[in-house]
Design a protein around this ligand. Structure first.
Ligand code: 5GP
Ligand code: ZN
Length: 116
């Protein structure tokens, strides 16, 4: 699996930095966000390094679909029957701070709109 040596989430995916693994399969991994913004705040990442969603293309559709369906399964496992919020911050204007594609799964409280 291609990894980037100085990428925080590649190090988490490889096990070099230990995290609580809430879900994992051959393609994706989920772990708690270190600074939770909701009672449940989970990051779901592809094992493969993409700097952001903007760095994917049509050839990655199957992986991106799996990333979303795995996230829905994690939400079910977490008991989020009343709903949840998914966020993919992308690039500087999107507020992205870690340059490895990740889905934020936020739940167990009501989410406001519009986002900040
Ligand atoms: P972004 O701002 O790029 O959308 O989200 C990055 C997320 O990664 C933030 O919510 C931040 O709290 C989380 N984060 C940053 N460093 C670590 C870390 O070392 N471990 C974990 N579990 N989460 C981290
Ligand atoms: Zn990475």
């Amino acid at each position: 699996m291609p990894t980037v040596s100085d990428c925080l989430f590649c190090k988490i995916a490889s096990g070099a930095i230990p995290v609580t693994r809430l879900y994992e399969d051959e393609q994706v991994l989920a772990f708690p966000d270190i600074r939770p913004q909701a009672p449940i705040h989970i990051l779901v990442i592809p094992r493969q390094h993409f700097a952001s969603l903007a760095h994917t293309n049509a050839a990655d559709s199957a992986l991106l679909g799996h990333l979303l369906s795995a996230t829905a399964e994690i939400a079910r496992q977490q008991g989020l029957a009343k709903g949840y919020r998914l966020v993919i911050n992308t690039g500087p204007d999107g507020g992205q701070t870690v340059d490895h594609l990740h889905v934020h799964l936020l739940g167990a409280r009501h989410m406001g709109w519009p986002p900040g």
